[in-house]
Design a binder for this molecule. Structure first.
Ligand code: UDP
Ligand code: MG
Length: 310
């Protein structure tokens, strides 16, 4: 069986089309599938539309979360409930074309891949948003310990074996595209041009996007904390030289009361220390969040006929 996991949050306008198009796309290459839509605490009529679609498409299963937990948590909920031997992940706004699952499925079954990620070779839609995503991928490519991740997102398919590995990673602050690469196995790619969302505004606000980018960077790169050390070392060297000069000037008797140099070093050192403290704070915050061990999400109700196994 193939399970497709789709998180949605306030997507009432496109649910009917989403389910229909995904269903049609899957039927072209398999008859044994389930579509798991995770309702991430929508407060519009998304859940109602989903239930309406379920009448027509019994392969649709709905996992309704108790509130909005964010799309990485919603994906995780769907992945934990999926029972297929192959598992696909796709955004619910039609930016990821479900027709591409056929190619991913073929690559996994015939070419022996365990994980197939979809790489965006082009993007339609908001330029400023796409530009920010582009910048993120550039930075991430250069500093992350993971390779070959540029321009991949959640859109992907994997085998049960890979999913089991992925779900064994219990961290609370999650960047699933990174975790999916981290597990290894035989990783492959398919390429596509990312469409604009079918309707409505993006549900990932800019601040949610920045948080996701920071989570990705902090969990897959040690550059932030390394930079603090490097800045500290550079500072130490520079100020040792400066200190030697000050002593020399004192001994030679040409030291003058220097307001500019004093102020500049206070400003300079002060800001470096604040930045370093901020970076350390980010780590402390993450350690704190992980140590709370709160569940990633709560399920309010499953609409399925029979309860899905957890
Ligand atoms: N989403 C979600 N919970 C949230 C925010 C978004 O489940 O808190 C869903 C959203 O409905 C969509 C997918 O996650 O199906 C991607 O969101 P969006 O299109 O806003 O993100 P972007 O395309 O900008 O990455
Ligand atoms: Mg989108």
């Amino acid at each position: 069986m193939l399970s497709i996991v789709i998180p949605i949050y306030n997507e009432e306008k496109l649910i009917a089309e989403l389910v229909k198009r995904t269903h049609t796309a899957l039927t072209t290459f398999t008859s044994n599938f389930e579509i798991i839509v995770v309702d991430d605490g929508s407060d519009d009529s998304s859940l109602k539309s989903l239930q309406a679609s379920q009448v027509q498409f019994p392969e649709l299963k709905i996992v309704a979360l108790s509130r909005n937990f964010g799309h990485q948590a919603a994906y995780t909920a769907g992945l934990e409930y999926a029972s297929g031997e192959f598992i696909g992940m796709m955004d619910g706004d039609m930016q990821d074309p479900p027709e591409l699952f056929a190619e991913m499925y073929r690559k996994i079954k015939e070419e022996g891949f365990d994980v197939i990620s979809a790489k965006r070779i082009g993007r339609k839609g908001s330029n400023s948003r796409n530009f920010l995503t582009f910048i993120f991928h550039r930075i991430f490519r250069n500093i992350a310990v993971l390779k070959n991740m540029e321009n991949t997102g959640n859109f992907s398919m994997m085998t049960r074996e890979a999913l089991t590995a992925l779900l064994s990673l219990k961290e609370k602050i999650r960047y699933l595209p990174g975790l999916r690469t981290f597990i290894g196995f035989k990783q492959g790619y398919v390429e596509f041009i990312r469409e604009d969302r079918l309707s409505g505004e993006p549900k990932m606000s800019l601040s949610k996007l920045f948080t996701l980018a920071a989570d990705a960077i902090f969990s897959f790169s040690r550059l932030p904390i390394r930079m603090c050390l490097i800045l500290g070392l550079i500072g130490t060297f520079v100020f040792m030289c400066a200190g030697a000069y000050v002593l020399f000037a004192k001994i030679m008797g040409f030291a003058i009361a220097g307001w500019p140099s004093t102020m500049l070093s206070i400003y300079f050192l002060g800001s470096i220390q604040l930045v370093a403290l901020g970076v350390v704070g980010e780590y402390v915050y993450r350690i704190y969040k992980e140590s709370q061990e709160r569940p990633l999400y709560f399920v309010k109700k499953i609409y399925d006929g029979t309860p899905l196994k957890k």
